[in-house]
Design a binder for this molecule. Structure first.
Ligand SMILES: [Zn+2]
Length: 110
């Protein structure tokens, strides 16, 4: 974790302390939804890749973070994704993403 990451975790705890019940409920509901979509990406009526991204942005908004795609991590967890995990985890916090050409979700490079 870099210095920026450490700062974020500290503020995460502070933020958790003054979070409202409504915000907590929203976070939990969004996380449940996120798990469902990641496990069963073909089960919904929406584009799961776009949907996961939307939820990640919303989570950042509720946490009070900058809405920054560089800090998204759930996109790699979508069932069937063949993108290199470690390479992308190392790039967490940077705008760079390495996608596998044969990935059914990210192969087209959005
Ligand atoms: Zn992928």
């Amino acid at each position: 974790m870099n210095q920026n990451g450490t700062t974020r975790i500290t503020s995460l705890g502070d933020r958790l302390d003054d979070m409202t019940e409504g915000e907590m409920g929203a976070l939990q509901a969004l996380h449940r939804l996120l798990e469902e979509v990641k496990e069963n990406p073909r089960g919904g009526k929406y584009d799961p890749v776009q949907f996961i991204e939307d939820i990640e942005f919303t989570l950042q908004g509720i946490w009070g973070f900058t809405r920054d795609k560089s800090f998204h991590s759930h996109w790699l967890d979508i069932s069937g994704c063949t993108c290199p995990r470690l390479d992308n985890q190392e790039r967490f916090g940077t705008p760079e993403r390495i996608t596998a050409r044969d990935c059914p979700w990210h192969g087209g490079q959005r």
